[in-house]
Design a protein. Sequence first.
Length: 482
Amino acid sequence: MVAKHDAERSSEVTTDAVDYRSLLICLGLGCIMWFAPHPEGLPTQGWHLLTIFAITILALILKPLPMGAVTILAMVISILTKTLTPTEAFAGFKEQIVWLVVFALFIAKGFSVTGLGKRIAYLFTYLLGKSSLGLSYGLLATDLIMAPAIPSVTGRMAGIVYPILKGIANSYQSFPFSASSRKIGGFLTVTAFQGTVVTSSMFMTAMAANPLLTKLTNEQNLSMSWPKWALTGVVPGLISLLLIPLVVYFVYPPEIKQTPNAPKNAYDQLKVLGKITRHEWIMSATVILLLVLWIFGGNFGVNAVLAAMIGVSILLLTGVLKWNDLMKIDTAWDTFVWFCILIMLASNLKHLGVIQWFSESVGDRFTGLNWKIAFPLLALVYFYSHYFFASSTAHVTSMYIPFLLLGIALGTPPMLAALILIFFSSLYGGLTHYSLAPAPLLYAAGYVDIKDWWKLGFIVSILNIAIWSTIGVAWWKLLGFW
């Protein structure tokens, strides 16, 4: 599905070639919607913006152009048609939450340039790698350690975890696109991918869509912050990470169960890396400082964005990062563009009454239904509708607020509804070979065929839904969040 990958690029940014067929489909459907009679109760301007927004989401799925280019076209059309004023259209570029993602992507670069990410991966392989099951836990532990400071799932998986995984598989003669993939490569690929789905859900800064979820939630007068996110996610998240390798081991077992050579190979690689360098120490200290500031900074006026800026400043002042190198991280600047514009579109949908109209229209159809029945059904629709999305951010932008408001209107405790939808917004990333940024990379590696990928994705989705909807809900109740 994706022909070429780069460890520093999100798989959502695939190619600069224009797919004119998909582009014409989007433009044609957009014209039909634009001139169609708009629903009763929805102002014309709101209908026009909804049309632009819906076609933008469709274009993000069909990908006639890269994500940033699609969103720029959407902004241009919204201004030229006078659906939005230039001031309204550019409002998203001042959003702090976007800068949090950009600065966090800069910080993530430090794990790569210092070699700290590889050192962490080899250390866990050395400690846990005597069996294939232990190796899977080692890869998950590596991802978990880095997740709070790296909002690029592809950066963690493609840049750090996957090269280690591939090296282990090759060392045991487990190669892609062959029967030998079942020796150990397929098992490690599935567990690593499904693990990163969970680690992406556990921290506000673990995936680009999470800060957007925080902003959208806070706009509904429901408090969500970095420490609250981590606290609510830690218990169900750790349980998911504990059980996923066991479930995959049972339904998709590796042929090689014991891996006595893996710890020695990892130790040899650690010896090659040598002693921890000055830059690695600085990087480690900076990440610890960031975690402290993200958790406690609000008590003395340091919000999440300022904390990330402090981290980047330290890494620049100490020479760990160089400004010219940061300017070349196209993923960060591409994310900045499309993130700003999607936030702008979503905010104006609310201001023009589209969200309220949707909630009232759909809510009427659920009148009289107990929320304990209605909301789980809504949540499942929200979760499994991700089969139609290749971008978590697009899914969140288009569906999170309407489903949240509808759930609340049905009588669901507001924070409970928000937390379920927030965590589902990461957990649904494990469904398909295109449902999360690193999925195309890992699928294209050739260790797991598409039938097994989809089957295992569905099985693990049931496991995650069961854990987060029972243990998670009970944990949040114990915390007093609903």
